[in-house]
Design a protein around this ligand. Structure first.
Ligand code: GLA
Length: 387
């Protein structure tokens, strides 16, 4: 069945470009645990949301790429053969960057008209930007007759965001948008880029609570955290053999060489080393059906992100604090890059509805803001919209 979003997108495409498009769809994501560890070669546990970005596309005979975003109400046009492409500093960089890096990776892209829209809130920490990149990348490859290797596409989208947009993100968001499996989370090894399915216990629900806070300067703060991690690796790699990322460092080793780095850098590293361990333990707990244990690890993850990594904010802390007082909660933590957006909550299935209601009431009473609360049903990765 064609959804309203898809109908509107087709109508907008016809209006802008006067022909019929093909439709593709890439999901946003949640992450159960494993935050700010993907760019340290660690382990993460994301799943795809059933909220997505859709790309409507049709090929052109020339080398132009014309992109329209319904949310931004703007059409931007580029030449695919531009020898020195420069970012514009807006939403179109995500799409153009992917086209540029697909071509640099050797794909021969056809010119195209492209319209993008979705039901993923922007800035809520649900990875709308990765879904933008992946839907556009998949659509461009498909109409150009190229074979899509999903892991390869994820890597190219990450490269585009790192090098064209200037956000030094890890690969988690793009990977899950490309490779998600409906009904499961994935335990992803960000070094080998291999993953295995983690079943979500039917007795539990994953509930997202959106603080509605959208703080600025996240890219700078994010890149600064990443630099701190690199400083920690530089200090440790001269003392311990075989360290190329924080993934290679044990907690005992970090403690032993704590004095080799500034206090702030040490605390960033302590979060990462601890979080990688927590993620592996959470996977084992879910395998064993131990929801209490998994929830406890999620709680520890939040505290570490708040205190050591310092990427939380007052609204996220409040949301987590409220959740921990509501019956049926196993664990609650901030999710994604931080500084606003959503918390993720592992909740007893039978109490999930009451939990959602109680959270909305408490947060509204305390802040005057009505939060969006939604239960996540893990969906599939990118593909044609008519699957
Ligand atoms: C953002 C980035 C990801 C990841 C998370 C934090 O979503 O895009 O690569 O680093 O933050 O876990």
């Amino acid at each position: 069945m064609v959804s309203k979003i898809e109908r509107d997108l087709i109508a907008a495409f016809r209006q802008s470009f006067e022909r019929a498009p093909r439709l593709f769809r890439a999901p946003g994501r949640i992450n159960l645990i494993g935050e700010h560890v993907d760019y340290n070669d660690g382990f993460v546990m994301p799943a795809a949301l059933d909220l997505s970005i859709w790309a409507a596309i049709a090929p052109r005979q020339d080398r132009r790429l014309r992109i329209r975003s319904l949310a931004m109400d703007e059409v931007v046009a580029f030449d695919l053969d531009d020898a020195d492409p420069q970012p514009r500093g807006d939403w179109s960089d995500y799409v153009r960057g992917v086209a540029i890096f697909l071509q640099r990776a050797g794909y021969e892209l056809s010119g195209a008209d492209l319209v993008l829209d979705g039901n993923l809130p922007i800035g809520a920490g649900l990875s709308a930007s990765a879904a933008f990149e992946v839907s556009a990348g998949f659509a461009l490859l498909t109409i150009s007759g190229a074979e899509v290797d999903r892991v390869e596409l994820a890597k190219i989208c990450q490269r585009a965001e790192n090098q064209f947009v200037g956000m030094r993100c890890g690969v988690m968001d793009q990977y899950i948008s490309c490779c998600a499996v409906a009904g499961s989370a994935l335990l992803l090894d960000c070094r080998s880029l291999t993953s295995r399915k983690i079943a979500i216990d039917p007795d539990a629900r994953l509930v997202l609570c959106d603080t509605m806070a959208r703080h600025q300067l996240t890219n700078d703060a994010y890149n600064a955290r990443r630099e701190d991690c690199e400083r920690a690796v530089a200090a440790l790699s001269t003392r311990i053999a075989g360290v190329s990322a924080l993934r290679d460092v044990t907690y005992a080793q970090l403690m032993r060489y704590a004095d080799s780095m500034p206090e702030r850098v040490f605390r960033r590293a302590r979060h990462v080393v601890g979080e990688i361990d927590r993620t592996l333990r959470a996977a084992a707990a879910l395998d064993a059906g131990d929801l209490e244990e998994c929830g406890g690890l999620m709680n520890l993850s939040h505290d570490s992100l708040r205190d050591d990594y310092q990427v939380s904010c007052a609204e996220l802390d409040l949301m987590v604090e409220f959740a921990r007082g509501v019956p049926g909660l196993y664990g609650a933590r901030m999710m994604g890059g931080g500084f606003g957006g959503c918390t993720i909550n592992l909740v007893e299935a039978t109490r999930a509805e009451a939990f959602a209601q109680s959270m909305a009431e408490r947060y509204r009473a305390a802040t005057g803001v009505t939060p969006a609360i939604l239960t996540c049903v893990p969906g599939p990765g990118v593909g044609p919209a008519d699957r």
